[in-house]
Ligand binder design. Sequence first.
Ligand code: NAD
Length: 312
Amino acid sequence: MKFLVAGVGAMGTRFALKLKQAGNDVTVVDGWDLRLKSLKKDGLRANLDGQEVIEHVPAYGQTELPNNLRFDVVLFLTKSMQLEQMVKDLLPNFDGHTMALCLMNGIGHEQTLEKYLPKEQVFLGNTMWTAQMTRPDHVLLEDDGSCELSNVAPGEPQASQAKQLVEVLDKAGLKCHLLADPRYSVFRKGCVNGTLNTLCTLFECNLEEFSKTSHAHEMVVEVVKEFAAVGAKEGIDLDVDEAVHHVEDCYRVIGAHYPSMYQDLVKNNRRTEVDYINGYVASHGKKYGLKTPYCNLLTQEVHTKEDLQHAK
Ligand code: NAD
């Protein structure tokens, strides 16, 4: 399959590498000059499960992709706040058959994609893989993971295309599953990010350390309840107990890992995706007349930390 991976930071590198190693035709596009320079010179370089690997793929700047290039799939793995500009810049490379697949963290990305593309071409999901940029020219890929996706608009040919996407990603070793309802899954993943990413960033600890603190369970439950309340207003019937279990299972599966939001703000002094996670619940809760005190406070606290650090 012919893939364009749009955004080749940590996670884009994992997907581009694995897809290329499995024999797919992979091109990458990125908006960070320093990263692009190394992609063009040295290719995708990573430590993948303890082994140094390199794959050479065509690499373009976000605004320099030739308009005549076409792809079966454009896989979006930017940060949430970079998505809209990336979609706009890549629009000339879409035709009526190109699938737009978003596996990013954050709620509401399908609405951004649907502003520019027919809903039938939009595919949504998320990933439980982890990835970390060690330098602009190198990524660390360890831990086990998986991903899941589905078509957003019901019907054909998009339902068959979603199955085909799952098969291709799974064959590339990305452990991919087909979803019944992609928005349910995005909210469920939002519960992981809205608790572990946000709280580990504020408290500057890893998942294992956070799991041992005395109020961890209580905070996870309250945040998940707020995600469920907002989800219910949007037609998503989130199972609170199952979602809490899903969050807390990360202590076992991912353990002493520092979440990507921690890496952004604490390690790299970059602004975070909190507005698309707890911030989504806070702003939409307000719209629906719901009280979401935990998500309100967590969003404000992360922004306060960003401001105090003059994060970029
Ligand atoms: P990333 O920040 O590594 O990369 C995203 C974009 O930012 C890329 O274009 C990259 O080149 C650029 N970038 C990276 N570091 C930069 C810097 N210091 N200055 C300027 N630009 C920089 O993001 P990611 O971790 O690959 O995440 C992509 C999506 O996947 C996000 O929605 C994220 O929440 C999600 N996700 C990430 C992980 C993870 O473990 N990294 C896990 C699950 C989901």
